[in-house]
Write a protein that binds this ligand. Structure first.
Ligand code: GRG
Length: 298
């Protein structure tokens, strides 16, 4: 897959994800209209759709059809969108902008933002139960289990709890890694595994290779996020990159310094490519997605 083919593939998946999400979400004209409008505001018209891209890339590896992959792609993106809405609230990161527009609690209000997150989360699971999602009962249950585990206290919500408890602390590299494997990594891993459960049952060795890749790019995503944050802080505030600008959270940059964090990102990228090596050219989109994660826009 050439760089141009990959760019075209990405745009196609982003466009089909946008329209699948639009169809999965309740119409804004239906009561309760304000909640439905706010749900659509939170999800549509923004975001890089990295997780849906991972679902489709992993699904292509097991010959799953894009029409079927839209269901898990939407489910994972809805969980991601809910996490961003709640993460932005005053009781968490207290952010006023997300994807270039006012955050949901700013545009609407705190109670609506809370309900938007709740409703997006349940909508994600409902999407996996749709009758037009044509999958064996066993695979469907396994996908629901994987997504629930990745989202809950032993996944993303647990990682967020550790993150909130870590403000002002100096974590070891292992502790930081544990936090991010849960907070960001668990949903990224779920995206890849859900895609891989959609087609011809994958060999154990394929699932193992995908799992290794998933863990690496989950962490890589966060290391790059910390680097981008530190660069933005330095550029906009003229401050020395160190802690999160807002609330003194530990980051890879505060722990390792910017140069070492960049070196670690490169090492993880190489390891992610190595993990995919046994899968051959079929894994090309996943390979290029790892590169995209490193070079993604802020
Ligand atoms: C509230 C339960 C709960 C969890 C929140 C993932 C998360 C946990 C919070 C997001 C905070 C954050 C900015 C984490 C850094 C990594 C990350 C998930 C960045 C945003 O994801 P992108 O870059 O965003 O994929 P887009 O907008 O492109 O979808």
């Amino acid at each position: 897959m050439s760089t141009q083919e990959f760019a075209r593939w990405m745009s196609e998946i982003q466009a089909r994800t946008e329209s699948a999400l639009g169809a999965a979400l309740p119409d804004a004209a239906i009561a309760p209209a304000r909640l439905h409008e706010a749900m659509r505001y939170a999800v549509l018209g923004g975001g890089k759709r990295v997780r849906p891209l991972l679902v489709h890339a992993a699904g292509a590896l097991v010959s799953a059809s894009p029409d079927q992959l839209d269901f898990p792609a939407c489910a994972v993106e809805l969980i991601h969108a809910y996490s961003l809405v709640h993460d932005d609230m005053p009781c968490m990161d207290d952010d006023i902008l997300r994807r270039g527009k006012p955050t949901v609690h700013v545009e609407y209000d705190d109670a609506t933002a809370l309900l938007v997150g709740d409703a997006l989360q349940t909508q994600a699971f409902q999407t996996l139960t749709e009758s037009s999602f044509n999958i064996s009962p066993g695979a469907r249950i396994e996908m629901i289990r994987l997504l629930a585990q990745a989202s809950g206290s032993r996944g993303m919500a647990g990682g967020q709890a550790i993150d909130l408890a870590s403000v002002g602390l100096r974590l070891t590299r292992e502790e930081l890694e544990f936090m991010h494997l849960h907070k960001t990594g668990a949903l990224i891993r779920a995206a890849i595994l859900l895609g891989a459960h959609c087609g011809t049952p994958a060999a154990e060795s394929t699932l193992n290779a995908l799992d290794r890749y998933a863990k690496l790019i989950g962490l890589l995503f966060q290391v790059v996020d910390d680097i981008l944050d530190a660069q933005a802080d330095t550029a906009t505030l003229g401050k020395t990159a160190g802690k999160d600008a807002d609330n003194d959270k530990p980051t890879y940059v505060s722990l390792l310094g910017l140069d070492e964090a960049r070196r670690l990102a490169q090492e993880m990228l190489t390891a992610a490519h190595d993990a995919l090596a046994p899968l051959g050219p079929r894994a090309d989109a996943l390979r290029q997605l790892a590169d995209y994660i490193v070079h993604r826009p802020f």
